[in-house]
Design a protein around this ligand. Structure first.
Ligand code: ADP
Ligand code: RBF
Ligand code: MG
Length: 182
C-alpha cells in the first residue's frame, strides 16, 4: 500500500480527544538502537485498542515517581533496562507539554506478534525515563501502519509523520489541548 494523504479537520473530531495516563514499559529496544527514533511504550488500554491501528498525533507530559527506587529488568534478548522512573530528568523536561506521534499496531516491518502502543516525544532527551508515567492526549489520525522494503523508507515516513504532527499541533484548535495536561 502506498502512503495515503492525511485528512486534517479544522478541530479534533470524535472520538478525540482521548486522554490517559500510563506507566512507560519496555519494548524490544529497537526504536533507539535500530531507527534512532525512541518510543515510550505504554499498555494498549481498551480505548487505544478500539482505534484503528495506525499513526496518531497529540500532546504528552512526563510524570516521575520520586519515591520509587531504581530497578533493572531484562529483555528476552538479555539486554538490561534500567527503570529510573523519570527521576533523572530535569525540571524543564517534566514541566513541558511535548508534541508527540504515536504508533498503535503490529509493526508490520518487524512482524510483531503483540499489538503495541508507542509514543515518540518530539524532543531530544539526555536520558531514558522507563517507569515514569506518561500522560497523553490523542487528537487525530495520520495514516495506517505500512510495511517497507527498507529501514530507511520507514524512517523517512516517520520523519514525515513528525512534520505533519508539528504542523497540525500549531493550529490553535489543536494547540489549546496542550493546556489539558498542565
Ligand atoms: P523500548 O522498545 O524499550 O521502548 P526504545 O528504543 O523505543 O525502547 O526506547 C524507548 C525509551 O527511550 C523510552 O521508554 C524512554 O525512556 C526513552 N526516550 C528517550 N527519548 C525519548 C523520546 N524522545 N520519546 C520517547 N521515548 C524516549
Ligand atoms: N512500524 C511499522 O512497521 N510500520 C509503520 O508504518 C510504522 N510507522 C511508525 C510511525 C511512527 C510515528 C512511529 C513512532 C513508529 C512507527 N512504526 C511503524 C513502529 C516502529 O517500527 C517501532 O517504533 C520500532 O520498531 C520500535 O519499537
Ligand atoms: Mg519503544
Amino acid at each position: 500500500m502506498t502512503r495515503p494523504e492525511t485528512i486534517v479537520h479544522d478541530t479534533p473530531q470524535p472520538p478525540y480527544p482521548i486522554k490517559h495516563k500510563s506507566p512507560i514499559i519496555s519494548g524490544f529496544g529497537r526504536g533507539s538502537s535500530e531507527l534512532g527514533i525512541p518510543t515510550a511504550n505504554i499498555p494498549v488500554n481498551q480505548q487505544l485498542n478500539d482505534l484503528p491501528t495506525g499513526i496518531y498525533y497529540g500532546w504528552c507530559k512526563i510524570y516521575p515517581h520520586p519515591q520509587q527506587l531504581e530497578s533493572t529488568e531484562q529483555r528476552p534478548d538479555g539486554q538490561d533496562v534500567v527503570f529510573n522512573h523519570g527521576n533523572k530528568l530535569c525540571k524543564a523536561d517534566l514541566t513541558t507539554v511535548w508534541p508527540m506521534v504515536m504508533s498503535i499496531g503490529w509493526n508490520p516491518f518487524y512482524h510483531n506478534k503483540t499489538k503495541a502502543a508507542e509514543i515518540h516525544i518530539i524532543h531530544k532527551f539526555q536520558q531514558d525515563f522507563y517507569g515514569a508515567d506518561l500522560q497523553y492526549v490523542v487528537l487525530g489520525y495520520i495514516r495506517p501502519e505500512l510495511n517497507y522494503t527498507t529501514k530507511e523508507a520507514l524512517i523517512k515516513d516517520i520523519e514525515l509523520d513528525i512534520k505533519i504532527a508539528e504542523n497540525i499541533l500549531k493550529n490553535p484548535e489543536y494547540a489549546k489541548f496542550e493546556h489539558d495536561l498542565e
